[in-house]
Design a protein around this ligand. Structure first.
Ligand code: AMP
Ligand code: MG
Length: 492
């Protein structure tokens, strides 16, 4: 088993590197250096995150440090590698690997929390297949913004430390400016990591990777009588909680391939993701998701599908008798539905300020969602709106909603807390600001033309999503009604 106990000395910038992943068997990765770029330039640096990680923000947030964030210079103590993995992409199994990402190592914070530090877009690796290993500035800024917004919403997510422009073009349908994102993650172990190991039918390696995953993310479960059933159970629990949180803010991941499901329970890979404006469970933003496989309303079912693929890889460790192993795994997978429903209902109860229990609560919730779907009500505004104006309906609303609102007001009036307190608690569960697609696009267009001010302003609003943005600002409004349906693109 790879050893996680170590006490590295800080190097320049405040990094404390360790390399537990690199101590695993060498088949799991390829040692590779980033390819130098022409003109590294730091576009954005996340000082708050740097400080939380115990890094020296003053030293790193400088033009002359830009080379660190494109891979031109390696921080002292880094040991760059690309990870091997496989995955089901839109249901089809493929051998993949980090084709445009390089892990520099694991940074240990002053409190010894361990985070992967990964460059995304640093050039080709042995897993690049036909790709260039590069990323464009717009999509990397988009990941920076949305991952930080998810974190501020309180949803487990990988985070973004920096985006640096490379000075080199990348060639997609058009020529775009290149950039590298520095991603911070609890780890990059994914369902696809285990699929890669399973595809090589190496039981010993499987056990090493399973033990490592337990040690890194579920250490409390190592001592269980069957730690591999417990590993599955832990991952199922975290995914059920995570997907419920996505649903509760209207987040559509967009590419829930098994290689994009992290075993830590963090949201990872912000390619074609987007947030709902109008509430419609069938919403799909990705231009390549023709079948609606990853539609908003399908996300819980897809999570179970992915977790089933994960469970299959673990069977040889779960029990020597394969039939019995299947039964044990199935029992754990069947827990997902109930767990998801508990998180989802609990979350909706909090969004509506329901703190006591009444028999009609579920009907109250269902009726609101049904009305929202029927009228394509704005998901975020509908909930946040309940907390405004002292809980009194304002403006023109349809009769069905007026009737629902009266029921809801009567319902919360039967609770002991004063109305203002209930509304205040609701404001902490119903964001005012989410990364609205039209705002994100406008900020990215400006940023790629060299004006970062709108991006920074949006980032700052999204960093406190439960606060009311400055009055008169556009941050909380849905897009104008004539806006065409939003589309996102993969492989950007
Ligand atoms: P994603 O859809 O971003 O999760 O990527 C799926 C797979 O394609 C991963 O193995 C990536 O490393 C790989 N990939 C995506 N873009 C590129 C690129 N520009 N060059 C090489 N590999 C890539
Ligand atoms: Mg991916």
């Amino acid at each position: 088993m790879s050893d996680l106990t170590s006490n590295p000395k800080p190097t320049a910038g405040g990094w404390r590197w360790d390399h537990s992943y690199a101590r695993l068997p060498g088949r799991l990765f390829a040692r590779v250096n980033p390819e130098p770029v022409s003109e590294p330039r730091l576009v954005i640096f996340n000082r708050g995150l740097a400080e939380a990680l115990g890094l020296d923000a003053d030293q790193l947030d400088q033009p002359k440090a830009a080379g660190l964030f494109t891979g031109n210079q390696l921080p002292e103590g880094a040991w760059p590698l690309a990870q091997a993995y496989a995955g089901h992409q839109f249901g089809r199994f493929t051998i993949l690997g980090d084709g445009r990402a390089i892990l520099l190592g694991e940074h240990l914070t002053p409190r010894d929390e361990r985070f992967d530090i990964q460059l995304k877009g640093p050039g080709r690796t042995p897993y690049s297949r036909g790709g260039d290993g590069r990323a464009a500035l717009g999509p990397m800024l988009r990941e920076f913004l949305i991952s930080e917004a998810m974190h501020a919403l309180g949803i487990p997510s990988t985070r973004s430390l920096a985006v640096a422009a490379t000075g080199d073009p990348v060639f997609r349908e058009e020529t775009l400016p290149g950039a590298v994102l520095t991603r911070v993650a609890a780890s990059h172990l994914r369902v696809g990591t285990f699929q890669w190991v399973a595809a090589h039918q190496d039981r010993e390696l499987l056990q090493i990777v399973a033990d490592y995953t337990l040690q890194r993310h579920y250490p409390d479960r190592l001592a269980a009588s069957n730690p591999y059933v417990e590993l599955l159970a832990g991952i199922v629990e975290r995914q059920a909680a995570l997907i419920a949180q996505w649903q509760l803010v209207g987040f559509v991941h967009g590419v829930m391939n098994t290689d994009n499901m992290a075993l830590s329970g963090e949201t990872i890979d912000f390619g074609p993701c987007a947030f709902l404006d109008a509430f419609d469970p069938g919403t799909v933003f990705s231009s390549i998701d023709y079948q609606g496989r990853y539609a908003y309303g399908n996300q819980p079912d897809i999570a179970v599908w992915n977790l089933s693929r994960f469970a299959e890889t673990l069977l040889p460790l779960i029990h020597a008798d394969s039939q019995h192993a299947r039964e044990l795994a199935l029992k754990v997978l069947q827990e997902f539905g109930g767990q998801f429903r508990r998180h989802w209902l609990g979350g909706l109860r909090a969004k509506l300020g329901l703190h006591t229990e009444e028999s009609d609560d579920e009907a109250l919730i269902d009726d609101l969602l049904e009305w929202m779907a029927a009228t394509r009500a704005d998901f975020t505004r509908t909930f946040r709106g309940l907390t405004e104006n002292g809980g009194v309906l304002a403006g023109n609303v349809d009769l069905a909603f007026r009737a629902w609102h009266e029921r809801w007001r009567a319902r919360i009036a039967r609770q002991p807390q004063p109305l203002e307190e209930i509304l205040g608690q609701m404001r902490r569960r119903n964001p005012a600001a989410i990364p609205r697609n039209h705002l994100v696009e406008a900020a990215l267009v400006s940023a790629t033309h060299g004006d970062l001010a709108p991006f920074r302003q949006l980032l700052s609003v999204l960093s406190a999503p439960y606060d009311d943005p400055p009055t008169g600002s556009d941050f909380i409004h849905p897009p104008p009604p004539e806006t065409p349906p939003y589309r996102t693109f993969c492989g950007t």
